[in-house]
Design a protein around this ligand. Sequence first.
Ligand SMILES: N[C@@H](CCC(=O)N[C@@H](CS)C(=O)NCC(=O)O)C(=O)O
Length: 213
Amino acid sequence: MPDRALLFADMELCSPYAMSAFVALVEKKLPFDLRTIDLDAGAHREDAYRARALTARVPCLVHDGFWLTESSAIAEYLDESFPPPHHVALYPKAARDRATARQIQAWLRSDLMPIREERSTHTIFFKPTDKPLSEKAMESARRLFHVADSLLASGAKNLFGEWSIADTDLAIMLQRLVANADSLPENLAAYARHQWRRPSVQQWATHARPVRL
Ligand SMILES: N[C@@H](CCC(=O)N[C@@H](CS)C(=O)NCC(=O)O)C(=O)O
């Protein structure tokens, strides 16, 4: 009998990357335990974690003795280990759509820094801010809108017909603006709201979090 899978996340459940890995696991319907670690206290740099979690970051999946960090690598591993049709697909079927989904994931993880800084995920899960966006962040927002709008057909609920993990990643970025009442095109706000209602996403969004003093 294989061990139950484990997912390491940050204590406050604010990491967008841990959220993406969590949603991927829930979507695959794999039983797993969520284990949180205190990044502020440096728990991820302790030997016990660092020795096995190669990059010493969260999220980290532990599956049958295999330790894996990097949220997009986790999603790809899960999709290949638990393929459709018995399990929901995390990535689109068509090669070009799949490549585009990975393109979006990589871009969301490496760009749009001003939005990530001025609209941290704390503002989604704990308390919104009333600080206006800087000109730099508004420029990032315009690029985000351009990319999202170019991929979403009018009124589309998902990027590639069926839901994929790239929808959750894109929705997290858009939700940074939605949660803070920043202005965004109505079609993108509607898309983000729809993605946010997904049960696996809600499971993370409504999960108990430590109270901040
Ligand atoms: N590209 C990584 C990013 C992971 C990441 O930045 N995790 C942060 C929490 S949001 C972390 O572990 N920070 C602690 C550190 O890097 O020391 C992924 O997609 O998993």
